[in-house]
Design a protein. Sequence first.
Length: 443
Amino acid sequence: MKVLKFGGTSVGSAASIRNVKNIVTGIEGERLLVLSAMSGVTNHLVQISDHFRNNQITEATRLIEEIKYKHLKLVEDLLPNDNSRIKEQVNRLFEQFTDILRQESSENAEARILTFGESVSTYIVSEYFEAEGINNTLLEAKKFMQVPNLENPDTDRVGRLLDQYLKTKPTAQVYITQGFVRTDKFNRINTLKRGGSDFTATILGAAVNAEEIQIWTDIDGFHNNDPRYVEHTHPLSHLSFEEAAELAYFGAKILHPQTVSPVIDRNIPIYLKNTFTPEAQGTMISNQVKSRGLKAISAKDGITAIKIKSNRMLMAHGFLKRIFEVFDTHETAIDMITTSEIAISLTIDENRNLEAILENLKAYGEITVETDHSIICVVGEGLIEENNTARLFEVLQDIPVRMISYGGSINNVSLLVATENKVKTLRALHTKLFKIPSHAAMA
Ligand SMILES: Nc1ncnc2c1ncn2[C@@H]1O[C@H](COP(=O)(O)OP(=O)(O)O)[C@@H](O)[C@H]1O
Ligand SMILES: N[C@@H](CC(=O)OP(=O)(O)O)C(=O)O
């Protein structure tokens, strides 16, 4: 079995869905397709959910009509003839969706709203494939994507649930299912967080012990820096699991942060490919280390730095343990840590429980908080043994760096900068580390 994930732009128009069809028919054997919502739809659903929560029914209804029209137009473009049955079903799906909105507001209603885009996109693609003679079975992801614990999905359990469910469905060479959706510990619909269809693909890849996972997107692989901010980036032909995991966790938008973790133990390779230029090589992510030294740079926004200053207690044993317990109690992960004789600074990327954390930390010293920071992550196998780092520190002469994490792993150096300096830092590092002429890296 191969798992093929197609992202929002790949299912975003009739032309791109025709590319998807050509890609899928060019691959032999059993294929499990994981599809995202059409590009832009989940953003609209977020707005609909917000309007709904604020009782702005007129605004919510206008947006629903907009995305309904977008999907009906897609049906018209893909299947110009004999489409009335399919349009009726799309209309029915939208009626069911509007019913969700009428129900009492709850966290669950929000997740059901956000995951609706995947329900319609998979239905339309399945009908289109059928009309094109590609026999396929549409699977409801909520029947088997039981992921109560986002940090550590039980892929064996997902595999067992999928096996049971498949017994109730017609067998096919092509299966189609929704990305992004999961059921949580209360067995209610929830999401895998934004961009989560990549994570669906690797959870399912591990669950069925796939021979490989292909993630089809709108760019020719993993680039060595963020192409939205930096010019003259280039795709990398290979990344190790560790390199890809660090880059995704520290912000590279092309992959959901947790994409890599489910497949490492089973050693299932992931290929990143471009739906619009399928012949391009793309990036392979595997357990092999094909080259050492500097590979890529990424950035993660929304970081908060917290400093705890205490000239009495820092060196006392058990002090760090008590600090970490505060974060543990409030289920908040720590990203970076630096210590000095009298202070510890650490960062978090989730401010949901910030107030409660600060309240608890007060007992341990004087607290300073800085929001709106970004972690810049420089990654490569054996990076810090390869003498690249002297050049890294030259760049930092011109950029105010709040924290540096060096030596936690030999594959990664992380810097914390104010978000207003992020783009400048990415470009300066690109120029210096990849030896690009300085005028060329500026967008
Ligand atoms: N290092 C990187 N390499 C490639 N693309 C990146 C990188 N960092 C950010 N991106 C952005 O990620 C986008 C693809 O991710 P995404 O929009 O989530 O795709 P999809 O909708 O297919 O899931 C690219 O268009 C690119 O702008
Ligand atoms: N549609 C969801 C899930 C997803 O992964 O989308 P994409 O593959 O387009 O990033 C989102 O926008 O978050």
